[in-house]
Structure formats: C-alpha cells, structure tokens
Design a protein around this ligand. Structure first.
Ligand SMILES: [Zn+2]
Length: 403
C-alpha cells in the first residue's frame, strides 16, 4: 500500500492518473474516448487528467495514421523522454546506478564505491550517485520521477525499511526516508532479487507471464515470486528466503544462526569451502580462490571439481522442484553471477528438477538460464519507480479483489 498521506479526493485522482497512464502505456497510442471506454472513467475525468499529463510532458498527442474517411482521431501516447528514473543495485563495496527513460531504456550507467557503509554513509553515497547519473542526461533540466534501490536482505518494501542487511549488518534502517530526504523525489527500496524480478517482468523473460519465479545463485541463493501477476513480499518483506531453507538437518552453521541451510551447500562461497577441503585431501591439483578458478579446474577434467558443482546442482534442482510443486509456475528464471558455472552446475540441476517435480507440473514449466547483467538489476530497480507511476498499488489491489 501507498503510505503517502493523501486525502480521499487526491487519492482517487492519483489512482485515476495511474489508471489512465497505464491504459496509454498498454495500448501504445489510444484516443481519449477509448481510454474512457476501457477505464470506465467519465470523458470529463479523462480530458482533465490527460490535460495534466500532457502539461507534465508525460504524454503527447499525435494524429492517427488511419485515414479511412472522416477526421483522424487524436491519439495519446507516452512520451518516453518526458521524465527519467534512476535505479541502483547496492552491492557490498559498490553500487551500480542506471539512468533510464520512462520505458526503462538505459540512458547512462555508473559504478560508485561504497566506503562508509553506515546507513548515513550509504544514503549519502547513493544520493551522490543519483546526482552523477543526472549529469549524463542530454536534458539540461532532467525531470527525475523517482529513485529505485535494490539491496540484499530483508526489506519491507511498503515502508522502505531495511530490516536486515547481511552486507552492512543493519537492522531496521529507514533507508527510503533517508535517501528521500536527500534527493527530494519519491524513493522505493526493495530486496535486490525482487528488483531483478521487476526487470524480468518489465523487459526480460517474465514479460507477459503472470506466474514465474526468479532464482539467483551466487554469493547467496535468492528467490523472487510473481504469482497471478503480483509480487509476493510476504507479511514484512521476508518472502523468498530459499537460501535459508533446510536441506541438511543439523548440518553446517549458517550466518542466519540456523543449521543446514541451502546456502551453506550450494552458494559460491560454499563451493569454495568444499574445494579447499578437497584440496587438503589431495583431490584437487591446486587450491581455487575464486569461482572462476574452480570452474577452470572442472573444465580441465578434475573430477573432484566437477563433483562439487554436480552436488550443488543437484541440491539446487531439488529445491527448485519443491518450488515448482508449491507454485506451479510457468517459468523459472535462473540468474546471478553463479550462472558462470554453466553446465557443470545446470545439467545436474535439470536432472534433479526432472526427477523431483510432480509429473503433472513438470510439463507446465520451462527452466531458463538466461542471466541478465548487473545493468538489468539496476534497470529493474528503476522499474520499481515505473511500476508505481504506471500501476497504482491501490488499483492493483482493486483488481485483485475483483478477481
Ligand atoms: Zn541460513
């Protein structure tokens, strides 16, 4: 829910504005009468709000190409250059920012070091990054519509509250408010896997798909859930912690304080720990210090390295099969830096998915390993803002209730 303190009339106007923007965006170009028909709003309301959108430069009028007799209707279309948006992916020691237009097309990107990782330090660095990105706009007075931020951890997106950040050791940091006070535009904060799921939904393999999952592998193992077209955050942002589901009761102690979590067996740091053990036991010819070095050992034919990936792939596949059995998704999109392991990981993963998914559900789902780059995570964060702009959460809730 939107927490801005709008009065009822303003709220209705905001909902109508999002509804109209959304119908224009969805239809490409559309006459006013058609907007009124599709949205059920009165022609007077449509005329009033579209006048405001044209004045704000978000929408422009163009003549229809259709000349089949009579007057050509005036069409309305989204002006992609009417505003810009910044999206930021926050990592452990740097942030990657993207400046996009209103269609999430990349206008510029920049990496920014994060040295002071206190909440104050991070919000200052991110607001400096926003200023750097705005300098990349060709528009001397860019109309910044908002800033979206994705970071690892448990994030209560509605409040913009970072409940837990594994990188920075934060608890209950009101990051949205802290950045908003510096940049003076709306700020949206979400878990980074969710921003990647936004990227998939807006311009990736989740486009037009109402039920899909995004699984990220790398330093941790993450999950984004889109179910019936809605992002599932759970009660307070904790949904999707697949990395901390138990696969080995009483197993290795995890950073979360529990034992036997998937992340302790199938994340990249876990694979390097297993490799170190194999090296000590004389099963590997050298000690790999990076995931790339472990991949190189597997590629050069070292059995122990191949087996480390095979076991991780199997565990990952079992976990994904469990997800498929729970959610019955149309697609599972595998992403994150861990995909660099390629088929050493994914052949065993696919075999385990085939083995453990219920037969009736396996045929419904396609498993796609199509990694989006870091750009996409940042563009996904930008689409948090576009999502708010074009699809009012209240409207979406109303649709969900009607359905
Ligand atoms: Zn854990």
């Amino acid at each position: 829910m939107n927490n801005s303190p709008l009065g009822n009339r303003e709220l209705i106007r905001a909902i109508n504005r999002s509804t109209i923007l959304n119908s224009i965006k969805t239809n490409g170009a559309i006459p006013r009468a058609e907007i009124a028909r599709l949205t059920g709003l009165s022609p007077a309301t449509v005329t009033g709000i579209t006048a405001e959108l044209i004045q704000d430069n978000l929408v422009f009028e163009k003549e229809s190409g259709d000349s089949s007799g009579g007057r050509r209707p005036i069409m309305l279309a989204i002006n992609p250059n009417g505003g810009c948006v910044v999206g930021i992916k926050v990592m452990e020691d740097h942030a990657l920012g993207a400046l996009t237009d209103l269609e999430a097309s990349l206008l510029g990107k920049q990496s920014y070091p994060l040295t002071d990782t206190s909440p104050e330090g991070i919000s200052r660095s991110l607001s400096e990054l926003v200023a750097e990105l705005l300098k990349m706009s060709e528009n001397p007075a860019p109309n910044l519509m908002g800033v979206g931020v994705g970071l690892a951890g448990i994030v209560e997106a509605g409040q913009g509250l970072v409940r837990q950040s594994p990188f920075f050791g934060w608890n209950d940091v009101p990051l949205r408010e802290m950045i908003q006070n510096r940049v003076n535009v709306p700020v949206y904060v979400d878990n980074d896997v969710n921003t990647l799921a936004f990227a998939e939904k807006w311009f990736g393999a989740g486009r037009g798909v109402d039920n899909f999952l995004v699984v990220t592998v790398g330093r941790g193992i993450g999950l984004g859930i889109v179910s019936n077209g809605q992002f599932n955050h759970g009660v307070r942002g904790g949904a999707g912690e697949i990395g901390h589901t138990v696969i080995q009761p009483g197993g290795e102690l995890c950073a979360c304080g529990k034992r036997g979590c998937l992340e302790m067996y199938a994340s990249e740091p876990a694979l390097l720990r297993q490799a170190a053990k194999a090296f000590e036991q004389g099963q590997l010819s050298s000690l790999p210090k990076t995931p790339e070095e472990l991949i190189a050992l597997a590629a050069s034919g070292e059995k122990a390295a191949q087996e480390i990936f095979a076991r991780a792939g199997e565990l990952l596949g079992q976990s994904i099969a469990n997800l498929v059995n729970i959610f019955n998704p149309q697609r599972v999109l595998i992403n994150g830096e861990g995909v660099r392991a390629g088929n050493w990981l994914f052949d065993p993963m696919r075999a385990a998915i085939d083995e453990h998914t219920m037969p009736g559900l396996r045929q419904d789902v396609s498993i796609l390993v199509e990694p989006l780059g870091d750009d996409a995570w940042a563009r996904g964060a930008a689409s948090l803002v576009l999502h708010e702009l074009f699809e009012s959460p209240i409207k979406r809730q109303r649709e969900a209730e009607a359905a």
